[in-house]
Write a protein that binds this ligand. Sequence first.
Ligand SMILES: *[C@@H]1O[C@H](CO)[C@@H](O)[C@H](O)[C@H]1NC(C)=O
Ligand SMILES: *[C@@H]1O[C@H](CO)[C@@H](O)[C@H](O)[C@H]1NC(C)=O
Ligand SMILES: *[C@@H]1O[C@H](CO)[C@@H](O)[C@H](O)[C@H]1NC(C)=O
Ligand SMILES: *[C@@H]1O[C@H](CO)[C@@H](O)[C@H](O)[C@H]1NC(C)=O
Ligand SMILES: *[C@@H]1O[C@H](CO)[C@@H](O)[C@H](O)[C@H]1NC(C)=O
Ligand SMILES: *[C@@H]1O[C@H](CO)[C@@H](O)[C@H](O)[C@H]1NC(C)=O
Ligand SMILES: *[C@@H]1O[C@H](CO)[C@@H](O)[C@H](O)[C@H]1NC(C)=O
Length: 454
Amino acid sequence: MMKLWLPLLLAVWLSSASGSNNNNNNNNNNNNSKQPNIIFILADDYGFNDIGYHGSQIATPNLDKLASDGVKLENYYVQPICTPTRSQLMSGRYQIHTGLQHEIIWSEQPNGLPLDSPTMADKMKEAGYATHMVGKWHLGFYKDEYLPWNRGFDSYFGYLTGSEQYFNHKRKYVDGKEYLDLWDNQGPVYNETGHYSANLFTEKAIDLVRGHGQKKPLFLYLAYQSVHCPLQVPEEYERRYSHIKDENRRLYSAMVAAMDEGIGNLTQALKDSGLWEDTLLVFSTVFCVRDICVISYTVYESIRSLQRDVCCFHSRGTPSKRTVLLHNIDPLRPRVGVPLYNDTFDTTVRAAVRVGHMKLITGDPGNGSWVPPPAESQKFIPDRRTSPDKNVWLFNITADPNEHNDLSDQMPDMVRTLLGYLQRFNQTAVPVRYPPYDPRSNPALHGGVWRPWE
Ligand SMILES: *[C@@H]1O[C@H](CO)[C@@H](O)[C@H](O)[C@H]1NC(C)=O
Ligand SMILES: *[C@@H]1O[C@H](CO)[C@@H](O)[C@H](O)[C@H]1NC(C)=O
Ligand SMILES: *[C@@H]1O[C@H](CO)[C@@H](O)[C@H](O)[C@H]1NC(C)=O
Ligand SMILES: *[C@@H]1O[C@H](CO)[C@@H](O)[C@H](O)[C@H]1NC(C)=O
Ligand SMILES: *[C@@H]1O[C@H](CO)[C@@H](O)[C@H](O)[C@H]1NC(C)=O
Ligand SMILES: *[C@@H]1O[C@H](CO)[C@@H](O)[C@H](O)[C@H]1NC(C)=O
Ligand SMILES: *[C@@H]1O[C@H](CO)[C@@H](O)[C@H](O)[C@H]1NC(C)=O
């Protein structure tokens, strides 16, 4: 989850930049130890069971190699959908503190990661890094101030919003018409039609690695569109999975293969450029809540934790000190049932929290409609609604990671304890930012390109 990786990255530069602890945003004048290059790769809608080392039939040799040489986080959670995950990664803050609790930032909405939240790139820049981003931003673009190159990145190439087509780089407006969404920090990119985004983004990332002057350490955030819908992939990858009959599954598997190959190419470029020995590489996914994270590093040092909303990665088998994790509180989701307790968190509201082994879910539990259709993990999604008014579930995630065995009736005291956590989190929440669609966003008004309209 974001809570793990942001502090990990920041912690690495903290420990390498100054050797001191928290709160050292701008006093790193002591450059005694070398700052590692940091490559953060994000995949989209990639399922926990769809990686080679979790026994998938999809071959991911490059990811498996990174994992076997590095660290696998097996108890690693991200937010259930895109914007909340990306916003937490970039800001280090829970979405209840940025107003992004509800759904995603739709392309037609005048919305974005609040400007008072510095991004990871801002922090990296302060620490002396060259900061580059390639890929899917999806944290708002309705005003120039929200664009990635105004949020800490020296350079940018990619999709400003989400759900683009992989070959023509277009995305639908609410009326169903498609418009270009491919940008670099100079403006829209018109000449890459037909260039599959996994290849295109990989090549751009490799260009940055090759062009990196080594005067500064490199921070590269590579956010693939892969393997989000639509299911599109060059034939050469699909052919490798011709034995898979289900078309969705076949396309999805091929998309994973293309991404894995891209990661292999990037890793090779880091090696060829002599950067690899000083590089910390993190691969993570968004979506699907329980998720994959692989960390490959040749720079050890001490990895410290940074206390903000976020916390604590511990390597080498030491348990994490973090025991409490808020998944979300979404007050805009339609209410379900009646409150079960009158003096604590309102159980009709959609929320979830993890405390130690236990996870509590309240309100509308969802029905799996957000899960990418071809994911193997889909078959694990239980139907939780044993009655239409049911609004509390309790699971022991350690014993029951797929959440089949609801313990809420058996453990009412535990339910109450976890509701208390939700209530305390809720007291710190800011109002949701979820503005109505703005017709001025229509790319037809802007030369057929998704672009800032305010
Ligand atoms: C040392 O680090 C600071 C940021 O903490 C950076 O601004 C500066 O350029 C670095 N100096 C050298 C010589 O690398
Ligand atoms: C598109 O244009 C850019 C900038 O002129 C250039 O660097 C890039 O190579 C071009 N791409 C293709 C596929 O022609
Ligand atoms: C990886 O590199 C090979 C060799 O250059 C190239 O053919 C392939 O298209 C690249 N794959 C991706 C996903 O960029
Ligand atoms: C909680 O409040 C509701 C509505 O105000 C009421 O119907 C219910 O009896 C109360 N439950 C308890 C346990 O006090
Ligand atoms: C969360 O806090 C707000 C503001 O204090 C309150 O209005 C709301 O009822 C609380 N939500 C729940 C689910 O308890
Ligand atoms: C699942 O939930 C979504 C969103 O709330 C809704 O649009 C969809 O109809 C639901 N599907 C089923 C099978 O209930
Ligand atoms: C949850 O399950 C784990 C593993 O089986 C067990 O050690 C732990 O005691 C359980 N916790 C609770 C509160 O039931």
